[in-house]
Ligand binder design. Structure first.
Ligand SMILES: Cc1cc2nc3c(=O)[nH]c(=O)nc-3n(C[C@H](O)[C@H](O)[C@H](O)COP(=O)(O)OP(=O)(O)OC[C@H]3O[C@@H](n4cnc5c(N)ncnc54)[C@H](O)[C@@H]3O)c2cc1C
Length: 482
């Protein structure tokens, strides 16, 4: 048997790579982790989830302060936001989490960490900083970068992406956001709340295009009411630099060409996998624009080279990267064949209110040709929601022909947290009757999960048939009023 330096080598020290490295080392595998940047943690820690959620929280607090009167409090006289202070807070949260993702911690677990630009020299070896490292198994977990389309004028026009937005020197007075996916929409709301004039440009007829239109429109309406301007059905024609400002020319639905100006342009039009420069062509490893070509055990065409995280091109989330890291560990280290299954993969867009989802929405159910019914419950009927000053939002439950839940979307306060109950229901195959009969504390937002199921059962329980039977057996005498 060939003798390799390591049992497993991992390229990329982000969400997926760190999961594999920590697990493999703790299982006793001789583990090598190679990271290109100076620190571990990846996009999620440095340019993604952590800074964005920290910024969103700051923007939320400022928004609440501006709306103090809605809560019966005196109007607050607020100073303008100094973005350098916001960026400082973001950095302090990153630094706190960085300790958990440090080289020392991984070394203490037993994994060797190297920094630099690795290139495959053969199917089992990479060249790094003039040295060759061989491993029995490799994992490519190099993440993704913002996709910058070839818009006319883009080369000569300064723009920002998620890499720059969390460390700006000052709050832009105005910002044009090109794209309307989760990253674009979260940033649009946060910057609007902090005081920037924000305009969102979207090619299609709704924001958050993977979501059902009714849910996405509710998000858009909240943001529009806070001052975000939306241009839907609009194609970006060109961009140009105008000194202190930048201009974006768009063609709208009516075919009119309109020029929009702002201090900053944020490009958030999707992601491309970080696969260039790894020498994949030389070892004939298959990939395309979307990511690595993988089987359902996350193996490439070389069965000892795996892919996990954003490079899979599947679900670009940290929890998906962690899940895929676990699949790789099972297959590569434990030799327990395990397939990736995304049926119950949840996600959440951290607007305020949040939009969280698991399983099928109407769009996906229609595409899959599944017959379904929809059951809803509004947050304005939830006592806790009203006490919190949250009146917007709804839960939408999809049941299949056998009346089994196939998907839930929640748009409302703490939707991401409320979804956890459905994560348990969907993964545990819990019966709807169990959820309906379980006692939830009052007053909680979580009661809405029970109520939406109650709406489904109400028609069955309080039916004419049941009433007739009760009348027959127990002589109930019917309405006492009206
Ligand atoms: C603004 C923003 C907000 C987000 N918010 C959320 C959220 O709230 N929730 C959520 O679940 N997801 C969120 N995401 C997505 C999440 O960040 C990614 O899905 C996740 O980081 C993917 O993990 P990964 O391991 O594939 O990639 P990463 O975490 O990016 O790790 C890849 C690592 O590989 C390194 N690397 C790159 N090239 C090489 C190379 N050639 N050699 C060696 N190393 C290399 C990189 O430096 C990086 O450290 C957000 C993303 C963005 C941009």
């Amino acid at each position: 048997m060939a003798d390799f330096d390591f049992d497993i080598g991992i390229l990329g020290g982000g969400s997926a790579g760190l999961t594999v490295a920590a697990g493999a080392a703790q299982f006793g595998a001789r583990t090598l982790l190679i990271e290109k940047e100076k620190a571990l943690g990846g996009d999620c820690l440095h340019y993604g989830c952590v800074p964005s959620k920290t910024l969103i929280r700051t923007a939320h607090v400022y928004h609440m302060m501006k709306n103090a009167e809605r809560f019966g409090l005196p109007r607050a006289e607020l100073k303008a936001v100094d973005y350098r202070d916001v960026a400082k807070r973001i950095q302090s949260v990153i630094s706190a989490i960085q300790k958990h993702d440090s080289e020392e911690r991984f070394c203490s677990l037993g994994a060797k960490v190297e920094f630099g630009d690795p290139v495959f020299s053969d199917e089992h070896s990479v060249l790094l900083n003039g040295k060759t490292f061989s491993a029995k198994n490799w994992v490519i977990a190099t993440g993704s970068s913002p996709d910058i389309p070839p818009i006319e004028g883009i080369a000569g026009t300064p723009y920002i992406t998620n890499k720059e937005i969390f460390s700006l020197e000052s709050l832009p007075s105005s910002m044009i956001v090109i794209g309307a996916g989760p990253i674009a929409i979260e940033m649009a709301q946060a910057f609007c709340r902090l005081g920037a004039k924000v305009t969102v440009i979207q090619r299609s007829s709704q924001i958050l295009s993977k979501e059902d239109k009714d849910m996405a429109d509710m998000v858009m309406n909240v943001m529009a009411s806070e001052g975000v301007l939306f241009h839907l059905n609009s194609a970006v024609l060109s961009v140009r630099e105008l000194g202190g400002e930048r201009e974006v020319m768009i063609k709208n639905l009516e075919g009119k060409t309109v020029g929009l100006r702002a201090e900053k342009i944020l490009i958030a039009l999707g992601r491309q996998p970080n696969l260039a420069g790894l020498g994949l062509e030389a070892i004939s490893l298959q990939f395309d624009k979307k990511g690595l070509k993988l089987d359902n055990r996350l193996r490439t065409n070389h069965k000892h080279i795996f892919g996990a995280g954003d490079v899979t091109g599947e679900y670009l989330f940290t929890h998906a990267a962690g899940y895929e890291g676990g699949i790789v560990l099972s297959n590569a280290i434990l030799h327990l064949p395990r397939k990736a299954d995304y049926t119950n993969l949840p996600w959440c867009t951290y607007t305020d209110p949040e939009l969280a989802s698991i399983g099928m929405n109407e769009k996906r159910a229609k595409d899959a040709g599944i017959n379904y019914t929809v059951w809803t419950e509004e947050f304005r009927a939830n006592d806790r929601s009203l006490a919190e000053g949250e009146e917007v939002g709804k839960v939408k439950l999809l049941l299949d022909a056998k009346e089994k839940p196939i998907g839930i979307q929640i748009f409302g306060p703490q939707a991401g947290e409320l979804l956890s109950e459905w994560v348990a229901v969907m993964n545990g195959g819990v019966k709807l009757s169990s959820l309906a009969s379980a006692v939830h504390p009052y007053p909680t937002l979580g009661e809405i999960n029970k109520r939406v199921v109650g709406n489904f059962f109400a028609g069955k329980i309080f039916s004419e048939k049941v009433k007739k039977a009760l009348k027959f057996f127990f002589h109930l005498r019917g309405r006492a009023c009206g």
